[in-house]
Design a protein around this ligand. Structure first.
Ligand code: AMP
Length: 398
């Protein structure tokens, strides 16, 4: 079964065509800078990379090019759209409507549109792609996989804010979480690595990338997560501030006469590692500068590690223990130094990081010492695979 996985981002559209019978990646690519003159499609098939300039106004144009490339390119992996047996879409917000992946129909589309308020940069683009796929492949089933679905198991005591309850009742203001597909994937892989059923494990999954979040997974379900109603909450991130005293926001707005949009822009794009270091949102650059004695870079580096450590402590307490901590995404998978900062001093909790075990990149590995009561695992995330897997299961059950 060939499955096309589409991930419509705020300004880019990523895709993969997977043969789920063999596990082979038939093609993958990325359309970026849609709406700009320098828009391009980067396409990889059979290890050949090509970059094609495209006139793309939006995601609808982009998916048109993608489908065309998949069948008409000289190295095209398929010759007809009927060879795409299903399409799986990543949807950033499913609000409270969706607690699992589902087959696309008119009702699903309507609910995703309602959730656009919660993901204004993502959901509308994904709907354009769904619409175009329905047009080009009217008989091909489509499945939506929601970033938020994994967190619908979080209980009210953890998903509500200490605001008047009427705001939840009126506007559904609550924690929804993000990166759910990644947390779900690594939790399932961790159970396999540990050789135990997921339902018997307490896990803390740390998705540490440009956007970062930590999730508590108890007996196979998410019971808390660091991101909130939006992906701004929780850890300090590349350019996002993470949790701050809410009164600070109104204080700055009054002091600098800022509009809500201006303040949101500062919190999303000018804060985090970038805002603290004054240099970059890229942890590699921050680490390089910190090693050369740049104090602000060092501070940003320390703040990131400290924030992750705090969430591990919180979830350790709320779950009354933990069997394993999982690191994933750009920083979690590749940075061998950051875990030193995160796990430094946690030996009394039974958490002992062993940097010597963390030298081979790109593979699943145990990076805690043999004496560590709590295992630390590095698991490369694979959201596309998870989306394809959900799509396959739903389509096969039809
Ligand atoms: P992601 O959003 O998952 O692509 O992750 C991006 C983040 O991972 C950026 O902050 C990168 O600096 C960081 N990253 C990637 N490779 C490394 C590395 N070898 N060491 C430290 N950070 C890395």
């Amino acid at each position: 079964m060939n499955i096309l996985v589409v991930n419509a981002g705020s300004s880019s559209l990523k895709y993969q065509l997977l043969d789920m019978d063999t596990g082979e990646l038939l093609a993958k690519g990325l359309c970026e800078r849609g709406g700009y003159e320098n828009a391009v499609q980067k396409h990889r098939v059979a290890k050949h990379d090509k970059v094609i300039a495209r006139q793309m106004r939006d995601h609808r144009d982009a998916i048109g090019y993608v489908l065309n490339t998949l069948i008409n390119d000289p190295d095209a992996p398929i010759s007809d759209l009927s060879e795409i047996h299903a399409v799986g879409h990543r949807i950033v917000s499913g609000g409270e409507f969706f607690s699992r992946s589902c087959l696309v129909d008119d009702d699903v589309i309507e609910k995703i549109a309602i959730c656009s308020e919660l993901a204004p940069l993502h959901n509308p683009g994904a709907l354009q792609v769904i619409d175009a796929c329905r047009l080009f492949m009217p008989h091909t089933p489509q499945v939506t996989v929601f970033d938020t679905a994994y967190f619908q198991s979080i209980p009210p005591k953890a998903f509500l804010y200490g605001l008047p309850l009427r705001y939840y009742e009126k506007y559904k203001i609550r924690k929804y979480g993000a990166h759910g597909t990644s947390h779900r994937y690594v939790a399932a892989r961790a159970a396999q690595m540990l050789g135990k059923p997921l339902e018997e494990l307490k896990l803390i999954t740390c998705h540490l990338g440009n956007g970062s979040s930590v999730t508590a997974v108890d007996k196979g379900v998410a019971v808390d997560t660091s991101m909130g109603m939006t992906p701004l909450d929780g850890l300090i991130m590349g350019t996002r501030c993470g949790s701050v005293d809410p009164a600070v926001i109104t204080y700055i707005m009054r002091k600098e006469s800022l509009t809500p949009d201006e303040m949101e822009n500062i919190m999303n794009r000018e804060s985090g590692l970038y805002g603290i270091s004054g240099l970059s949102n890229d942890l590699r650059e921050i680490r390089r500068e910190a090693e050369m004695g740049n104090e602000r870079a060092n501070l940003a580096y320390e703040m990131f590690g400290y924030a992750v450590k705090k969430y591990i402590g919180q979830y350790f307490a709320t779950m009354a223990g933990c069997d394993a901590i999982i690191l994933t995404a750009g920083i979690g998978e590749n940075c061998t130094r950051m875990p030193r900062m995160i796990f430094d001093g946690l030996e009394p909790m039974g958490i002992i990081y062993d940097p010597e075990k963390n030298c081979q990149r790109g593979m699943e590995r145990v990076v805690s010492s043999d004496e560590s009561r709590i295992k630390i695992l590095v698991i490369p995330t694979n959201e596309e695979w998870m989306i394809a897997q959900d799509t396959k299961e739903i389509v096969e059950a039809l």
